[in-house]
Ligand binder design. Structure first.
Ligand code: G16
Length: 543
């Protein structure tokens, strides 16, 4: 088999975003696009010579083709071994676990997460470093630099590798090991949670529904929830991964997982409902008659994690992305542990997890995880919830109500304005930045601005800095609005507006969040001129 060196030149638009490179599938399929980016990753991380990599993705359209290219390029660049999930499947947290467990040089994870798939949908590729986590900014900058200088890439001339059966085969001088994508991950979960207690709860009549949204968690959830924990067949729905996620958005939120939400709000609802996304790192949690926001879920898990064997020793600290509600901060304060607020992007938690400063991390964007891997982990969150439910004997509703009575409630919502013209969104953010010095003291309805800034972060472990990470406007009553542009979209710009209000009055703990947030929603428009800048009167998605 010959190594071919193909001449190429830089392709515009290969700057990694919040989580790797995400583009329209057709863009990724353009001549040299994938190859340029893969070679740039290899060059950006200092080469592949002698290294072992994990390779896998969420099964979306182009997943297997892209994996074949990555394997041939890894071999041509001197890699010793690639560990690949059968049929090219690996959930993001399972990939993170394998990268760590097998002490590899990192991994190539193919996914555009919750974005729709298919030929007309989105595709993505990110590199995770040997600690199992998404490449930090220092590495993504080197990769981006390489994309702008690239002159050639190396690829092996060969047949496709058979990824459909568990085997080890040679590709040139490189070994390709095709593994069961579920086995190692399921074994890890058994070390963290009390499977016996959850099994008994289910045997005792506790009912659950898990919506895999036609994405990668189907095989994982079927193995763990149905086979190992005894949930009746059919408890996991939409369990077969499909290339276009059944034509839907594999995004576990009340909009895209509406049928599940409807089922949990019905009279005869199951006790527990959950969903995960395209690549299995996000989660949505529901109880009978209640939707738990990701921010509340993080706070509840932080408060009760000690009920699970893997966390019985207590938490070293917690971390949340800055726009995530401050509900978890109150738990950390009560427990006397550190609480960090980082920029959006799981990559910012890596140093804290590695240094043992945080055990649990979470984001408003439906991500929760712990130091067991270096990614957020949808099924892990589901299992921690199930463990807490089994150990406490309480319902989701009862747990949340008790939590709010103890800590107060951070009413929270995110309003997304999607596919806004990039220039208009940029102008809105620029105008906001310009107005920051004059905002304190101004009133919007009954709300008076106390502080306003553009969030900047200095990593407490390695000192790296990130600026312009979201505009925060704080009000005198403790409410807050945050504005930022998404770093994961593939068309135009998505404006995210994060709204939060803290409430402790016993009789105001059970309001509808949109109603509870009404004054902040109108102040948010008053401050930023959303309608004036974008022409949009309403958000496209409310979570
Ligand atoms: C990614 C990142 C998350 C981030 C989310 C939303 O998640 O890993 O840390 O919170 O995107 O980012 P943005 O607000 O910039 O769109 P995922 O699940 O899409 O990989």
């Amino acid at each position: 088999m010959d190594v071919i060196t193909v001449e190429t030149s830089p392709i515009e638009g290969q700057k990694p975003g919040t989580s790797g490179l995400r583009k329209k599938t057709r863009v990724f399929m353009q001549a040299h696009f994938l190859e340029n980016y893969v070679q740039s990753i290899i060059d950006g991380i200092g080469g592949a010579e002698g290294k072992t990599f994990v390779v896998g993705g969420d099964g979306r359209y182009f997943n297997e083709r892209a994996i074949q290219v990555i394997l041939r390029m890894a071999a041509a660049n001197g890699a010793a071994r690639c560990i690949v999930g059968r049929n090219g499947l690996l959930s993001t947290p399972a990939a993170s676990h394998l990268i760590r467990k097998r002490e590899t040089g990192g991994g190539f994870i193919l996914s555009a997460s919750h974005n729709p798939g298919g030929e007309e949908g989105d595709f993505g590729l990110k590199f995770n470093t040997p600690n199992g986590g998404p490449a930090p900014e220092g590495v993504t900058e080197k990769i981006y630099d390489a994309t702008r200088k690239i002159e050639a890439y190396k690829i092996l001339e060969s047949q496709d590798v058979d990824l459909s059966s568990l085997a080890e085969v040679q590709l040139g001088d490189m070994a390709v090991e095709v593994i069961d994508p579920v086995e190692d991950y399921a074994a890890l979960m058994e070390t963290l949670f009390d499977f016996d207690a959850i099994r008994s709860m289910i045997k005792g009549g506790f009912t659950l529904r898990f919506d895999a949204m036609h994405a990668v968690t189907g095989p994982y959830a079927t193995e763990i929830l149905e086979k190992r924990l005894g949930a009746p067949a059919g408890s996991v729905i939409n369990a077969v991964p499909s290339k276009d996620f059944g034509g839907g958005h594999p995004d576990p939120n009340p909009i895209w997982a509406k049928p599940l939400v409807d089922e949990l709000m019905a009279e005869d609802a199951p006790d527990f409902g959950a969903a995960s996304d395209g690549d299995g790192d996000r989660n949505m949690i529901l109880g009978r008659g209640i939707y738990v926001t990701p921010s509340d879920s993080l706070a509840l898990l932080a408060a009760q994690a000690h009920l699970a064997p893997g966390y019985a020793q207590g938490l070293k600290g917690v971390a949340r992305s800055m726009p995530t509600s401050r509900a978890v901060d109150r738990v950390a304060e009560a427990k006397g542990i550190e609480c960090f607020a980082t920029p959006t992007g799981w990559k910012f938690f890596g140093t804290l997890l590695d240094a043992g400063r945080a055990t649990l991390c979470g984001e408003e964007s439906a991500g929760t995880g712990s130091d067991h891997v270096r990614e957020k982990d949808g099924l892990w969150a589901v299992l921690l919830w199930l463990n807490i439910l089994a150990a406490s004997g309480k319902s989701v509703q009862a747990l949340m109500e008790a939590h709010w009575r103890e800590y107060g409630r951070n009413y929270y919502s995110r309003h997304d304005y999607e596919d806004v013209e990039a220039e208009k969104a940029g102008a809105l953010m620029d105008a906001l930045r310009g107005a920051l010095p004059d905002l304190p003291g101004k009133t919007f309805g009954a709300l008076t601005v106390s502080e306003a800034d553009d969030f900047a972060y200095e990593d407490p472990i390695d000192g790296s800095k990130a600026s312009a990470q979201g505009i925060r406007v704080m009000f005198e009553d403790g409410s807050r609005v945050v504005y930022r542009l998404s770093g994961t979209g593939t068309v135009g710009a998505t404006l995210r507006v994060y709204l939060e209000r803290y409430e402790t009055q016993e009789d105001a703990l059970m309001l509808d969040p949109q109603e509870a947030l009404t004054p902040i929603i109108s102040a948010a428009d008053g401050i930023a001129g959303i309608r004036a800048h974008t022409g949009r009167g309403e958000p496209d998605v409310i979570t």
